[in-house]
Ligand binder design. Sequence first.
Ligand code: ADP
Ligand code: MG
Length: 164
Amino acid sequence: MTARPAAAGATWRCDTASADATRSLGRALAACLVGGEVITLDGDLGAGKTCFAQGLAEGLGIPPDEVSSPTFVIRHEHHGRVPLAHLDFYRLDDPDEIEWLDLLDAREDAVLVIEWAENVPAALPADRLAVRLTPGSGSDERVFEWSATGPVAERALLALMRRS
Ligand code: ADP
Ligand code: MG
C-alpha cells in the first residue's frame, strides 16, 4: 500500500439542480463510506445541509425522515449499515460546551456528520471531509465544494468522484 501524507488535500466541486439531486448526492457519498469518516457541512440556513444529510442517512439504510435539523438537541444517533451521528452546531453559544459534552466522541465505526462545523473550528478532527454549500445561479441550484483534509476523508472523496 502506498503511504499517503496526513493532509491529503484532495478537493472537488460539483453542483445539484434540486433538493432531490442533493439527496441523491448524499446517497452516493453514503455508498463510499465504511465508518470512521467525519463530514462537515457548512453554508447558510437553507443551503441544503440537512437535505444532504437525509440522503446520506438513506444511503446508510436509515429512514431519511429520522434526520431533521435538531432544535435544542445538537446530536442525534441513528442506526444503519454503519452508525451515524448527526450533529448541528447552529445553536451552540459557547464552543467550550463541546468539551464537557464530549459531543465529538464517536464509536470508531460510526460516520459523523456535523452541520455548522465552523462554529466549533478548534474542536474538529484533523482528518475530515469538509463540504461547503453555496447557492448556485438558479433558486434550486447549490454548489458543493469538497475538501479532504486527511487520508480517510480523501479515500471517501475519491470514491465519490469516481462514481459521479
Ligand atoms: P440547511 O440544513 O442548510 O439549513 P435544509 O436542507 O434544511 O438547509 O433546507 C434546504 C432547503 O432548500 C429545502 O427546503 C430544500 O427543499 C430547498 N432546496 C432547493 N434546491 C435545493 C438543492 N439543490 N439542494 C438542497 N436543498 C434545496
Ligand atoms: Mg440544517
